[in-house]
Design a binder for this molecule. Structure first.
Ligand SMILES: [Zn+2]
Length: 417
């Protein structure tokens, strides 16, 4: 809670302390919603906040006040900031003015003052008249941007120590002049201090994305690796989206006009997700009669050859057209394909697919593979043979036979075998 006294901060004294230019710029920042967070430390009579700079940087600003007496407005005392200016800067002004507005509970109050009063308001709301809705006319649409990331990380590598960790990151963006630009962090969608930023965006978009974020968070078992460790969630790790509710939520988002886009604007929108199955492909070894067994992503559309880049929980996959991978190894230039898996993929199979591993079965072991392993493998994943070199054995279900033996004197003996 911010102290109510903040709304009566002496603005002319603040203006005199920082200078006209800084004050005006700070006021503009406050109007633009640059202040991301604010909190009050009573012991120090200090206001803490984070303020977005003009290039998306985030500065931590602290402002100290002097309370002269109950009847007098508070005075601005001193401000420190992590920006290059360092003290008494426009970020401090923005923080003070935003806090004053917030302390006055200005947000909801201003809205109700603008809305029509009495019966016209009730009737218009009943008729679904958009003109009296809260939605600002200039509200900005939100989009979800997906980017592929191949980071060399020792900690959470999926390919063993030192290997690249492949992941797909999701960020909330808005249309910029030439590119998609950062909009707001996922956590701001529902944070109590987020409304300064949320209010700029289409309420329907905020609502569906907030739901998506809540489902994402609900699937995070360990907060150490989960969202909270970043404090401010600019990126979600799409692979960590444990719930298959992702797919209906993506449908809803698309229906509400939330676009799903590539980081590179020229790559355009990401196609609606398809359907795929993670199979085991049994093929003949190039030089011998040995068999190769490797995971293969089979798209519902047989014309598509897509390689898995990363998996989404056990229910989805982020894939890339094989032709594009051949054309360039710059992953920024690849089109992203999303597919929902028709059956949950076992973790071992996902590991094999991500590591691009295959098993080799020597020719001599082939009968053993067929008799001992094939029936079990068949339950793990569908077995296919892309080069048609392997004919899956027909496994007959056990049959029950009734045998009738006709004995003397019209007796019948029936046995099961
Ligand atoms: Zn500053």
């Amino acid at each position: 809670m911010l102290p109510a006294e903040l709304q009566r901060v002496d603005r002319s004294q603040l203006r005199a302390a920082v200078g006209d230019t800084t004050f005006q710029r700070g006021a503009q920042y406050a109007r633009q919603g640059a202040v991301a967070e604010m909190s009050w430390r009573p012991a120090k009579n200090a206001l803490y906040g984070t303020v977005a700079g003009s290039h998306g940087e985030r500065y931590v600003t602290t402002v100290y006040f002097t309370g002269l007496g109950a009847a007098e407005p508070w005075w601005f005392d001193d401000a420190q900031c992590t920006c290059p200016v360092g003290a008494d800067c426009k970020h401090a002004v923005a923080l003070v003015l935003a806090a004053a507005t917030r302390a006055a509970g200005d947000g909801p109050a201003r809205r109700s003052a603008v809305a029509p009063k009495g019966w016209t308001s009730s009737l218009s709301a009943l008729l679904g008249d958009q003109s009296v809705e809260d939605e600002p006319r200039s509200a900005t649409p939100l989009a979800i941007e997906l980017t592929l990331s191949a980071e060399i990380s020792a900690g959470r590598s999926k390919r063993g120590p030192g290997g690249p960790s492949l992941s797909v990151r999701a960020r909330l963006v808005k249309p910029g002049k030439t590119t998609w630009v950062n909009a707001l962090s996922w956590s701001k969608l529902s944070s109590p201090y987020g409304h300064y930023q949320r209010d700029d965006y289409l309420a329907t978009h905020v609502q569906i994305l907030r739901e998506m974020y809540a489902v994402y968070l609900s699937g995070q078992e360990d907060t150490a690796y989960g969202a909270y460790s970043h404090g401010d969630d600019k990126y979600l790790d799409l692979g960590a989206f444990a719930s298959p509710r992702l797919w209906p939520l993506l449908d809803e988002a698309a229906a509400a006009g939330v676009r799903l886009v590539h980081g590179r604007k020229r790559l355009g929108d990401i196609e609606r997700y398809g359907s795929a199955e993670l199979c085991l492909d049994v093929t003949r070894h190039e030089t011998s009669t040995a068999l190769n067994v490797s995971p293969m992503l089979r798209m519902a559309d047989p014309n598509e050859a897509v390689a898995p880049f990363a998996f989404i929980g056990d229910h989805g996959v982020v894939g890339i057209d094989r032709a594009e991978i051949q054309a360039t190894d710059r992953h920024e230039d690849w089109h992203i394909r999303l597919a929902r898996l028709s059956a949950p993929a076992p973790p071992e199979l996902i590991q094999m697919a991500v590591a691009n591993k295959s098993l080799r079965i020597p020719a001599a072991e082939r009968p053993r593979f067929v008799s001992e392993f094939y029936p079990g493998l068949r339950r793990v994943a569908r077995i296919v043979s892309s080069d048609e070199s392997f004919e899956p054995p027909v496994i007959e279900p056990p049959t029950l036979v009734a045998r009738a033996d006709f004995g003397p004197a019209h007796t019948v003996e029936i046995t099961w075998e």
